[in-house]
Design a protein around this ligand. Structure first.
Ligand code: COA
Ligand code: ZN
Length: 310
């Protein structure tokens, strides 16, 4: 059975776009519940500027108070050296650095050109010097909401530069839900050939309803690591309407039904998912939490039994 490794990003990618502050205690209770579900990794928070992302201004407190479970890696998003120092002080298991493969999106999100980001992140990698494993999330790899196409060669170029700097993993992000399955197949075929020793993770948003189709294309092309967000929360502040990471429980339910080993206790996860609307104060786009698993059957109406008997 193929093992699939899930990274739960709801409290980072999911929460950062919520309009109402989510209380620190609620974040901790949620992360502790997710830690019991069998995830390989949880992206807890980000060590960004509290002015840029006020939702995650409590990053130190959250990292300090969660109950860490063995075998779960607690990763955090880091935009710069200052963030890396804060993350290491908080004993993060991994630093997830971030930059966009699109110049315009990088300027909008990080206020830097790609060249400035590349130089800054190279400095972070050098400074960390192997003390903590590093992953780099490359945003907008399947298209930029402002520029349009991002050439595959550009994605390959940045992927190679980070691989050459010795990072453990790369996350190929479809930040605003522009990827389609044929594009995913082509991208992962090339990247897996190019970087056989780098852990590749795929990060999809379901903005245009292609999220699970993209997961399927990736898994069938040999990818075993995915980011997902509980309830399908998430978005990108620079692409209005670009809501929704792929919903973790829906993706895990699909892969589980197909016979993949996700390591996740789906019943436990669905229980956690069903509490999420109360935490964020609104309905969420997940489907399996509402409909139940395909194995959750319903009693037939009484007249069906009568018809069977006659
Ligand atoms: N942690 C805490 N504070 C930070 C910080 C960090 N990692 N990086 C910068 N700051 C603070 C600075 O101290 C400064 O504070 P001050 O105004 O009180 O002096 C302020 O943020 C601006 O710093 P500056 O170096 O000029 O950065 P900037 O304004 O160009 O912002 C980023 C750059 C990347 C740090 C900021 O835009 C950011 O954190 N963005 C969030 C990106 C993100 O997470 N996007 C969504 C996910 S991909
Ligand atoms: Zn995202």
């Amino acid at each position: 059975m193929t093992r699939i490794y899930f990274n739960e990003v709801v409290t980072r990618d999911g929460f950062q776009i919520e309009s109402e502050f989510i209380e620190t205690d609620d974040k901790i209770v949620l992360i502790d519940a997710l830690s019991q579900c069998g995830y390989a990794k949880i992206e807890v928070t980000s060590f960004t500027s509290p002015k840029a992302i006020p939702m995650l201004r409590d990053a130190e407190e959250v990292m300090g108070r969660i109950q860490r479970v063995q075998d779960v890696e607690y990763t955090v998003l880091v935009p710069n050296l200052r963030g890396a120092e804060r993350a290491m002080e908080s004993r993060a298991d991994e630093l997830n650095l971030v930059m966009s493969t699109s110049e315009t999106h990088n300027l909008a999100n990080l206020r830097m050109t790609r060249a400035q980001s590349m130089a800054g992140l190279a400095q972070v990698i050098q400074h960390v010097d192997g003390r903590t494993p590093i992953n780099v999330s490359l945003s907008t790899c399947f298209g930029c909401p402002m520029e349009g196409d991002v050439p595959l060669a550009v994605v390959q170029h940045f992927a190679q530069r980070f691989a050459d700097l010795g990072v453990r993993g790369l996350t190929i992000c479809d930040t605003t839900g522009m990827a389609h399955p044929a594009q995913v197949s082509r991208m992962i075929e090339l990247l897996q050939k190019q970087l056989p020793d780098t852990q590749l993770t795929l990060h999809f948003h379901n903005t245009r309803g292609m999220g699970l189709a993209n997961v399927l294309a990736a898994v069938q092309g040999g990818i075993t690591r995915f980011d997902g967000s509980l309830g399908g929360l998430g978005g990108c502040p620079y692409a209005p309407g670009a809501s929704g990471n792929i919903c973790s429980e829906d993706a895990i339910h699909m892969l589980d039904a197909m016979g993949y080993d996700t390591g996740i206790d789906l019943n436990k996860l669905l229980n956690v998912a069903r509490h999420l609307p109360a935490v964020v104060g609104h309905d969420v786009p997940s489907q399996v939490a509402k409909a139940g698993r395909i194995t959750d059957l319903h009693p037939a109406p009484a007249y069906v039994n009568d018809l069977k008997g006659s």
